[in-house]
Design a protein around this ligand. Structure first.
Ligand SMILES: [Fe+2]
Length: 432
């Protein structure tokens, strides 16, 4: 398809698009953007390309890099290219100094059949139909508890870092954020700009990673805006309802970018470990209640990890809340099933998204945090205060934020950082 024809096609699609309202996690319609659509931040400048008509920067790197599937000795560095023949060489070396090595990617192709645009943000690069080239570098025999810096041969500016799993008992810092909508204003970028300098090994995403439904965003416009997060450390997402906004979105983008990591479990419910802390990701868009496949998996695996050498405690995270006093649903059936397992198997922290706000509950031995304030328009954290457990809510507010979590010695500390760098809540609890 020629670039001119494609541009006309996109223009026609944009003009024919319905006047969509931005949707929050649930179904409540929201007002349009307060200001004009933001400029693309760091998006590659489209230029003529002889390949398949897809705009492609000189480097050929269209998205990434990012890192998934990190363990104590392995990691997968990924990026997407917009044409064939882009170098897949990646050089990595310990961040603190040491020998570097260069690894080659395995390239695979994905044929995307539908172009998606952001109707209210014509500056957002569309997600074009066409052939895309997935590069994956499988790094093995890495040193444990070591942070690595890497660089793509195709683009010397495309650098990043990741840390292999910490040894049990060592300090551990990680970041949690949910409901990122970086093309709605600049709050996602602001939260990241305030949180990243504090330093962390990896990001837990609590679901609703990108919002087509905001009508402001595509994966192409999402990618450069969250690049600082993806380059700070490994990315361990849970899957939200907005990962299924288009019929093939999950397969074409979410699973292609972040799935097939090889971690125990499957693409949407899996586990990993660092510092003796075991992390379980559950999938609230799938059957999760008693008797479901993932409930059985969690019941078995959450008990099993308690017997592994170095086990300290577990963290569970997912998208739709089990407990919340806000403008989204809760899930008392799931809570009734899972909470005894949490208590029995030392799950001390549960992180949830979906509500575009912050909440913290202390319910028995379990700290529940709702952190869905990663960029979507703030919701109402107080709409359902009549739910019986709301008396046990310790903190709440409607603001954009992410949560820095630090395990050090016998303590787990949480620091809730807003888009201005303010600290909205802190908590500290004993851990084994
Ligand atoms: Fe959601």
């Amino acid at each position: 398809m020629s670039r001119l024809f494609r541009a006309r096609l996109v223009s026609a699609m944009v003009s024919a698009a319905p006047a969509l309202f931005m949707l929050a996690c649930g179904s409540a319609p929201l007002a349009g953007p307060a200001s004009s659509p933001p400029e693309e931040a760091g998006a590659p400048a489209p230029e003529e390309d002889a390949d398949a008509g897809i705009p492609c920067p000189p480097s050929g790197v269209s998205k990434g890099p990012w890192v998934v599937g990190v363990t104590g000795s392995a990691a997968s560095i990924r990026f997407e290219a917009c044409r064939a023949g882009v170098s897949g060489a990646v050089t990595l070396a310990p961040e603190a100094g040491g020998e570097s090595r260069t690894l080659s990617s395995k390239e695979s192709t994905s044929v995307i059949t539908v172009t998606h645009t952001a109707p209210l943000n014509p500056k957002a690069t569309p997600d074009f139909a066409g052939t895309w080239y997935n590069h994956e570098v499988s790094a093995a025999s890495l040193l444990p508890s070591t942070c690595y810096r890497y660089e793509l041969a195709a683009d010397k500016a495309a650098t990043g870092r990741f840390c292999t799993a910490r040894k049990s008992g060592e300090p551990l810092r990680f970041f949690a954020i949910g409901d990122t909508n970086p093309n709605l204003g600049d709050t996602t970028e602001q939260v990241l700009a305030r949180a990243i300098p504090r330093g962390f090994d990896f990001t837990l995403h609590l679901g609703d990673i990108q919002y087509y439904d905001s009508t402001l965003e595509t994966w192409a416009s999402w990618s450069p805006r969250v690049a600082p997060m993806l380059r700070q450390g490994a990315f361990f997402p849970s899957i939200g309802n907005h990962e299924y906004e288009k019929p093939s979105e999950y397969e074409d983008y979410v699973r292609r970018y972040f799935g097939r990591t090889g971690l125990p479990g499957n693409d949407t419910a899996y586990r990993f470990e660092s510092g003796g802390v075991h992390f379980f990701v559950l999938a609230t868009e799938e059957a999760i209640g008693p008797g479901s496949t993932q409930s059985k998996w969690f019941e078995e695996e959450s008990a099993k990890v308690t017997t592994l050498p170095g086990f300290r405690f577990s963290v569970v995270y997912f998208h739709r809340p089990f407990v919340s006093c806000g403008d989204e649903g809760d899930n008392p059936v799931a809570r009734t099933f899972y909470e005894p397992l949490f208590v029995q198997n030392k799950v001390l922290l549960v992180l949830q998204g979906h509500l575009h706000a912050y909440e913290r509950f202390e319910l028995g031995s379990v700290t529940y945090v709702t952190s869905g304030g990663g960029g979507g328009r703030p919701g109402d954290p107080n709409k359902n205060l009549g739910r019986d457990y709301c008396a046990s809510r310790k903190s709440a507010g409607a603001f954009h934020h992410g949560v820095l979590l630090e395990v050090e010695g016998p303590s787990l500390r949480g620091t809730v950082i807003d888009a201005a760098g303010g600290v909205r809540d802190t908590f500290e609890r004993a851990v084994p």
